[in-house]
Design a protein around this ligand. Structure first.
Ligand code: NAG
Length: 283
C-alpha cells in the first residue's frame, strides 16, 4: 500500500478545489422574481405526486402490542420506511393510492390506529447542465483516500464516470409531506371494474407489484387511499420557494389539466440549477 503523505493529500485538495471552482452564475439568475403562492406550490406538488413512484411513510408504533418480537419500548416511536406510491383515483383530489400488505409493520401500526405522514421528494430525471459545483475539499479528500486504498474506479478506468450520489442540489428542489389517515378503497357495486382499474394503474407505475396484488397467494393485501388532511411543503430555498402549510382545499382543488400543464425543474434536459429563469417552469 502506498503511504499517504500530507503533501499528496494537500496537493490533491488543492487540485480538487481548483478544479471545482463554482461556475459564475449571472447575478440576475440568483435574484428571485416572485415566490410562488401556496396554490402554485400545490400544482407542483400534485405533479410530483403523479410522477413519483416512491415515498417514505411514517407511522407511530402503538403503545401496547402483543407482538413478542417487538422491543418493548418502541410504543409511541415514529417508524419511517420506503413505500410504493401511485396516483390512481379518478376523483382528482390528490390522495395517494397505496397497496397495503397486512403483515408489514407500517400497516400493522395503521391497523392499530396510527395516522401517517408520507414524505415525497422531487427527483429530476436529468442532472442539471449547469450547477453549483462542490467547493468543499472534504469530498475530494474522501475520493483521494478512496483511490489511495484502491477503492476508486476512476484511477483504473478513465472512461468510467465518477459516481455522484447527489448529482443536483436537492435542498433547492421541492419536497413535501402529506399528513393524513388511511382508508380502505371501497369496491362498491362496480367491484371488479374498480379493482381492475386500480390494479392496472398501480402496476403501470410498479410492474413488480403484480406479484402481491390483492388475491395473491403469499400475502394478504388491499388497496388503500391516504386521505390527505394536511400538507407541509418545502419548495426549495426560502428566497425563491414557498415553505409552509398548503391548505388542503387547495391541494384537493388542483385539476389534472393544471398539473399536466406545468414542468418541474429538471424534467427537460439542459436545465440550470439554481436558476430562476430557465424556461422549464411555467409557474
Ligand atoms: C389522527 O389525526 C387526527 C387529526 O387529523 C386526530 O384527531 C386523531 O386523534 C389522530 N389519531 C391518533 C391515533 O393520533
Amino acid at each position: 500500500m502506498k503511504p499517504i503523505t500530507l503533501t499528496a493529500l494537500l496537493g490533491a485538495t488543492y487540485y480538487c478545489s481548483a478544479a471545482t471552482i463554482p461556475a459564475t452564475l449571472e447575478r440576475d439568475e440568483l435574484l428571485p422574481k416572485r415566490i410562488p403562492t401556496s396554490y402554485e406550490s400545490a400544482v407542483m406538488g400534485r405533479r410530483i405526486l403523479a410522477l413519483t413512484p416512491l415515498g417514505t411513510i411514517a407511522t407511530i408504533f402503538p403503545k401496547d402490542s402483543n407482538d413478542k418480537r417487538r422491543p418493548p419500548d418502541v410504543g409511541g416511536m415514529p417508524h419511517s420506511l420506503m413505500e410504493y406510491i401511485s396516483d390512481c383515483e379518478n376523483d382528482d383530489k390528490g390522495n395517494p393510492t397505496l397497496l397495503a400488505i397486512t403483515i408489514s409493520t407500517t400497516f400493522r401500526n395503521i391497523a392499530a390506529g396510527s395516522n401517517v405522514s408520507l414524505a415525497v421528494q422531487w427527483t429530476p430525471p436529468h442532472p442539471p447542465a449547469k450547477r453549483i459545483q462542490r467547493s468543499s475539499s472534504s469530498w475530494c479528500l474522501t475520493n483521494q483516500l478512496r483511490s489511495f486504498f484502491g477503492l476508486s474506479s476512476s484511477s483504473s478506468s478513465s472512461d468510467s464516470e465518477e459516481y455522484d450520489p447527489a448529482p443536483y442540489s436537492a435542498a433547492n428542489l421541492p419536497r413535501f409531506s402529506l399528513l393524513g389517515h388511511i382508508e380502505r378503497i371501497a369496491l362498491d357495486d362496480d367491484q371488479a371494474a374498480t379493482a381492475a382499474a386500480i390494479s392496472t394503474c398501480y402496476t403501470k407505475t410498479h410492474p413488480d407489484a403484480r406479484y402481491w396484488l390483492p388475491g395473491n397467494r403469499i400475502h394478504t393485501s388491499y388497496f388503500v387511499r391516504l386521505v390527505v388532511d394536511r400538507i407541509y411543503w418545502v419548495g426549495g430555498f426560502g428566497d425563491r420557494a414557498f415553505i409552509g402549510w398548503i391548505p388542503v382545499e387547495e391541494w384537493n382543488k388542483v385539476s389534472r389539466q393544471e398539473w399536466e400543464s406545468i414542468r418541474l425543474p429538471g424534467e427537460k434536459k439542459g436545465w440550470k440549477e439554481w436558476s430562476l429563469d430557465d424556461g422549464n417552469n411555467d409557474l
